[in-house]
Design a protein around this ligand. Structure first.
Ligand code: 9UX
Length: 72
């Protein structure tokens, strides 16, 4: 079944930043949904643990250029 992960993402200053994070995460296999909140520096991701894990999602966010850490 699916899992949900919440990340803190720092360095995003505009909605286009949030859009680039969402797009990158949604391109990974095993992602059901991703929602990035630039005002609160959060990214919530719903995913299928058979195909992807929190660390891969976190690294993908960092590859876009922002520091990310898993909250829950
Ligand atoms: Mo957002 Mo634009 O932080 O280059 S500023 S994408």
């Amino acid at each position: 079944s699916e899992s949900t992960a919440l990340f803190s993402v720092t360095g995003m200053t505009c909605s286009a930043c949030a859009g680039s994070v969402e797009k990158a995460v949604k391109r990974l296999p095993g992602i059901k949904d991703a929602a990035v909140d630039v005002l609160n520096n959060r990214a919530q991701v719903v995913f299928y643990p058979t195909f992807v894990n929190e660390e891969t999602i976190r690294e993908t966010i960092e590859d876009v250029g922002f520091q990310a850490s898993l909250i829950t």
